[in-house]
Design a protein around this ligand. Structure first.
Ligand SMILES: *[C@@H]1O[C@H](CO)[C@@H](O)[C@H](O)[C@H]1NC(C)=O
Ligand SMILES: *[C@@H]1O[C@H](CO)[C@@H](O)[C@H](O)[C@H]1NC(C)=O
Ligand SMILES: *[C@@H]1O[C@H](CO)[C@@H](O)[C@H](O)[C@H]1NC(C)=O
Ligand SMILES: *[C@@H]1O[C@H](CO)[C@@H](O)[C@H](O)[C@H]1NC(C)=O
Ligand SMILES: *[C@@H]1O[C@H](CO)[C@@H](O)[C@H](O)[C@H]1NC(C)=O
Length: 526
């Protein structure tokens, strides 16, 4: 009798212990918007967390986010020996000997607006929750950030560095801005502290000081004045120096953000920008920016130089044509960057095709946000599954076409999708809502969609071969071999629930895939 009680006690203790171990993640505190649309609410006292579990031999871990409410929901299952049978289940065959690009990382944009919203939170616990949600091991594990050089459309006013004195080719008055010290640098540093991997920073200028430009304005149709091409290069060098002094090394810079806006005289875009002809751009890369960064005395010889940074179809212009007509640019260029917007008109294979013949050059996806198109009637769409799918589609298409790094745009915005001094209101994976009586932020389904990749595909992972057949393109997927010697497979199911098989060598998993869901699976490569 006594013995029995003892055993019961021991079993009880073990049960509690396992339950606690299983519950070490704090679940999403869901708030229903309408129907099955929900956001996860974080307050100073509570914010959901998710930790990656290292899979052991013979087991897999899966994480599921679904339209009907799962958010990176973790479970585990057993692998079985693969037996060829007559089963008609959809089977994902993973081939670790077919290796593609090496992944550099995932991240988002530290715009002024992101920093302003983050700093508008007065409770330090909630501010930390936001940083941890993106950067720490209990969040999405971002390892890249995009930091604008000066102002963007997500600022409260147009500005650049060294605006005065005018025509100052020596940049004698180059200082960082209030926004750098108040918002961007603190946010980057907080992320660097929270992250377990080094954060690689990508930077770009939207508009330089207007005296460098032909039209003397932040927006509109313009070029860099010829006599200031070297000054524009020095402007970037000085930015790299200032950030290095703050303890923030910059990994790469692009030649300019979205130059197309002001290269062609179409719709007068209100966004701060500057345009390029290919003549000017090649001259700038070959005679100014390249030599300035790669110079024997440069402190920034390893900073990557990336061209493009514009809509997907421009890759034919800012890459194919540029390097064909001006092959000397290849001496300095490390790669090309593309944005998400309006890509429906050009197939994603344009990316792989463009890079064929340049195996040592890369493609980055540097910007996406939902709600930005002229056809979008709503900027912040709480709980939208469509927007989560927009992100998944973007990430899978990009990674399947040799993109090595992927960036979301504003890390967080306010409930109106701003601030933006030109009223360019859009959505963000995190929406901050600060009112006198309560402070909260909301994690949109987009946030979890990104996490299916960023959290499980660390820097140095290789994309691997995945083959499968589904009817009517109902599922999509992409696979990786990670530096932990695990295999990660992301499956996006656009339709009804279905049981599938995942085969890796002599092992297989059989699992149910929820309707309208994203599933990440991780198992040892054994
Ligand atoms: C969620 O709600 C929408 C709209 O009512 C519906 O079309 C969809 O099937 C629902 N999804 C799930 C997974 O329940
Ligand atoms: C796996 O990929 C390798 C290299 O691409 C190829 O030779 C091999 O046939 C593939 N294996 C299977 C089972 O498809
Ligand atoms: C230097 O820049 C600051 C603004 O950052 C401006 O107030 C000041 O007038 C400038 N100095 C000169 C000499 O133009
Ligand atoms: C590099 O800097 C040193 C010391 O400032 C200078 O003597 C040298 O000429 C510079 N080299 C080049 C290539 O400019
Ligand atoms: C990524 O995919 C999206 C959506 O399909 C597309 O708009 C974007 O241009 C792509 N970017 C890259 C770098 O592949």
């Amino acid at each position: 009798m006594e013995l029995r009680i003892r055993w019961k006690t021991i079993i009880l203790i073990f049960t509690i212990w396992f339950t606690l171990a299983d519950c070490s993640d704090l679940p999403c505190r869901a708030r229903s918007i309408k129907g099955n649309a929900t956001v996860c609410v974080c307050s100073p006292e509570y914010c959901d967390t998710i930790t990656r579990e290292a899979p052991s031999s013979g087991k897999y871990f899966s994480y599921v986010t679904s339209e009907d409410g799962l958010r990176l929901h973790k479970s585990t299952g057993n692998l079985r020996n693969y037996v060829k049978d007559s089963s008609s289940l959809t089977t994902f065959e993973l081939n670790v000997t077919t290796k593609y690009q090496t992944i550099e990382g995932f991240g988002g944009g530290v715009s002024d607006s992101a920093g302003i919203n983050w700093k508008s939170i007065s409770d330090p616990r909630l501010r930390q929750h936001l940083i941890d949600s993106y950067c720490s091991d209990s969040g999405l594990q971002y390892n890249m950030l995009r930091v604008p050089i000066g102002g963007t459309d997500y600022s409260t006013h147009g500005y650049a560095y060294n605006e005065l004195p005018e025509d100052d080719a020596a940049l004698s008055n180059f200082t960082l801005s209030y926004e750098d010290y108040e918002y961007k640098i603190p946010m980057v540093k907080a992320c660097m502290e929270a992250a377990s991997a080094p954060i690689h920073i990508l930077s770009a200028t939207w508009s330089p000081p207007i005296w460098m430009k032909t039209n003397n304005e932040y927006s509109g149709h313009s070029r860099i004045r010829k006599q200031y091409l070297q000054t524009y290069a020095d402007y970037h060098y000085k930015f790299l120096e200032k950030y290095a002094e703050e303890g923030i090394p910059v990994w790469g810079i692009t030649t300019t953000n979205e130059p197309l806006h002001s290269s062609v005289n179409y719709i007068p875009a209100k966004i701060n920008n500057v345009g390029w002809t290919l003549d000017d751009l090649s001259e700038y890369i070959v005679h100014n920016l390249g030599p300035t960064l790669r110079h024997a005395n440069s402190s920034f010889k390893d900073v990557k130089i990336i061209t493009g940074d514009d809509l997907r179809f421009t890759i034919t212009l800012y890459w194919n044509t540029l390097v064909a007509v001006y092959p000397e640019t290849l001496k300095y260029l490390d790669g090309v960057a593309v944005h998400y917007y309006m890509s429906a008109y050009v197939p994603p294979t344009i990316l792989s095709q463009a890079m064929r013949g340049y195996p040592d050059k890369f493609v980055l996806a540097t910007e996406i946000c939902a709600g930005a198109l002229p056809t979008d009637t709503i900027s912040v769409d709480y709980g939208s599954w469509d927007r989560a799918e927009l992100y998944v589609n973007d990430i899978i298409e990009n990674l399947s076409n040799n993109v090595i790094g992927w960036f979301d745009w504003n890390l967080c915005l306010d409930t109106n999708g701003g601030p933006s001094y030109i009223n360019a209101r859009v959505d963000s994976p995190i929406i901050v809502n600060v009112r006198p009586e309560t402070e909260e932020f909301y994690k949109q389904p987009m946030y979890y969609a990104i996490g299916h990749f960023s959290k499980f595909v660390p820097r140095g992972s290789r994309r691997i071969g995945v083959t499968f057949t589904t009817s009517d393109a109902k599922m999509d997927s992409v696979g990786f071999l990670t530096p932990y010697n695990t295999v990660v497979l992301v499956i996006w199911n656009k339709g009804a629930g279905e049981t599938v098989r995942v085969r890796l060598g002599s092992k297989q998993a059989e699992l149910y895939i929820s309707p309208k869901s994203i599933t990440t699976l991780e198992m040892l490569n054994e």
